[in-house]
Design a protein around this ligand. Structure first.
Ligand code: AMP
Ligand code: MG
Length: 337
């Protein structure tokens, strides 16, 4: 292997439901990850069950990745937090053992920051406001000085968790977000000029913060009272996304920034992508919407952030490699870029 093969980074993602491994080459360019998502037959994601799934599947995921990628691994990055502790520990253990076996640097990275950095890389944006909408996290983030600051966030559950829970009580298995999207789209096709009359739900924006649980409860009651499920799915999406996009827009206005970037699993939603694009157009700004495989949790984004750290000669000593389930977005100092 020549020198051009040096510098590839392996990334390991295991914060919640998905175990994923991906790589960036020596230039920091990502390739598609190999992922396995726990899909429980019933109920939500139990941390212990997810961790068992990750431990069972990790060897297969690694072998499949290595059968596709011929890059020489020069460092191993892993999600150090935030996330579910038992799940994080599986990824960290796999990362430690590969790094030790290959005798290459180990790099613990911040999962939320990885969503931003893969978005910046993919969409070629420079200094965006990120609307980060995932299962457990919902935050509006922007760089101030040497940190990504959380300008606003959910005060209760993540938007994805809310969607998954609403789907679950209505008989749809995890992940519920895509199923709600499908029902809403089918209903819209039959009702092309919908009115909110009779479908209003609470709209919880508190300054720069958000809340989704009141929305969930009201939507649940609406179905119980006999409103068609597709109509409620449509209204639920409209309310939840409009509130999230409103806070993102306020962040653009306050910071004077012009680029809005979407990230997290809920960013796969076509209606949300439309709303963000419309908002950016109205403000004469630009919307940046990464390919769906880079919106969901994926190993390549962890590899990308590991690569950025490595460029700055930053690595994680084994004794500092314990996971941190509560890691905050603004705890990581931005030394690159
Ligand atoms: P993450 O935690 O970032 O991996 O994202 C997982 C979350 O994204 C789950 O709550 C999913 O239900 C949600 N999700 C995935 N695809 C969609 C979609 N098309 N519409 C809405 N939510 C989605
Ligand atoms: Mg995520």
């Amino acid at each position: 292997m020549g020198n051009d093969m040096l510098g590839a980074v392996l990334g390991i993602e295991s914060t919640a439901h998905t175990f994923s491994m991906g790589m960036v080459n020596s230039e920091g360019v990502p390739t598609p990850s190999v992922s396995s998502m726990l899909q429980p037959k019933e109920g939500g994601i139990h941390p212990r069950e997810a961790a068992d799934h990750h431990a069972d599947i990790c060897e297969n995921v690694l072998q499949e990745l290595l059968s596709k990628e011929e890059l020489k691994i020069s460092a191993v990055a892993f999600s150090q937090g935030p996330g579910l502790a038992p799940c994080l520990r599986v990824g960290a253990s796999v990362a430690r053992s590969i790094a030790t076996t290959l005798d290459v640097p180990l790099i613990g990275v911040n999962h939320c920051v990885a969503h931003i950095e893969i978005g910046r890389e993919q969409c070629n944006c420079d200094d965006p406001v990120l609307l980060y909408v995932s299962g457990g996290n919902t935050q509006v983030i922007s760089r101030v000085g040497d940190r990504y600051r959380v300008l606003g966030e959910t005060l209760d559950v993540g938007i994805g968790n809310m969607l998954d829970k609403f789907a679950r009580i209505n008989g749809m298995a995890f992940p519920g977000g895509p199923k709600i999207e499908k029902l809403a789209a089918e209903w819209l096709e039959k009702n092309p000029n919908p009115s909110m009359e009779g479908l209003e739900l609470p709209y919880a924006v508190h300054g720069m913060d958000l809340q989704y649980s009141g929305l969930y409860t009201a939507a649940k009651h609406m179905v119980e009272k006999g409103t068609e499920l597709g109509a409620v799915c449509w209204s639920l999406q409209e309310h939840a996304f409009a509130a999230s996009v409103e806070v993102a827009e306020r962040a653009l206005a306050h910071t004077g920034k012009t680029e809005i970037l979407l990230g997290g699993g809920v960013a796969c939603n076509t209606r949300l992508r439309e709303m963000v694009t419309q908002m950016a157009e109205d403000r004469e700004g630009s919307a940046h919407v990464p390919d769906r495989m880079f919106c969901v949790d994926n190993g390549a984004m962890i590899a990308r952030l590991g690569w950025l750290h490595l460029k700055e000669n930053e690595q994680t000593a084994l004794e500092d490699s314990a996971v941190n389930p509560q890691l905050r977005t603004d705890q990581t100092v931005i030394t690159w870029a």
